[in-house]
Design a protein around this ligand. Structure first.
Ligand SMILES: [Zn+2]
Ligand SMILES: [Zn+2]
Length: 175
């Protein structure tokens, strides 16, 4: 199995290639490699002009319908995502399944009027991608705060949690 990263919107090649090599390491030996795949269009139906945000569940479904292979797919977008019950989401995934989605919009320090930092953006994107892909591998939210599968609904929580799985999630992942 491989992880294919598909882009929806403007994501720099540097982010994509660095993210791909990090995910290949984190999910080895479950996956053979992580590759950069197609660029997809944003579905206009996902956009809410009042909220100026995109519905993550609609985008996720569109990506699912395009997938024909047996791989895992990580879709990455730069637009702000939401589901109707929440102000925003960093990402969403099938649980379990093959498709995960993250947005870099709220991972960029610039969103919080902080100076731009490539290292911070990449670290956050790697955490959120690892978390959402973890759902596709059947991992739920973890109550251990020292686990990448712990739930985060703010950037403070994302920064607080580690990039690694706790022992329980590690065992579940490899079973
Ligand atoms: Zn989650
Ligand atoms: Zn855990």
């Amino acid at each position: 199995m491989i992880i294919e990263i598909v882009t929806i919107g403007e994501i720099s090649h540097r982010v994509l290639s660095d993210l791909a090599s990090k995910l290949a390491g984190i999910y080895s030996p479950l996956i053979e490699s992580c590759v950069i795949g197609a660029a997809l269009e944003l579905p206009p139906a996902a956009y809410d002009p009042n909220r100026k945000q995109y519905r993550s569940d609609i985008i996720l479904e569109r990506v699912m319908h395009r997938i024909t292979c047996e791989n895992k797919v990580l879709a990455i977008t730069d637009v702000d995502l939401y589901v109707p019950t929440l102000n925003f989401v960093f990402g969403q995934a099938q649980y379990p399944g093959r498709v995960a989605l993250i947005s870099t919009c709220r991972l960029d320090p610039k969103f919080y009027d902080k100076p731009s930092s490539y290292e911070i953006l990449l670290e956050r994107a790697t955490k959120e991608s690892t978390h959402e892909l973890g759902h596709t591998f059947g991992l739920g939210h973890c109550h251990n705060p020292d686990c990448v599968m712990s739930f985060s609904d703010s950037i403070v929580e994302t920064d607080r949690k580690p990039l690694t799985f706790c022992d329980v999630c590690t065992r579940k992942l490899h079973n």
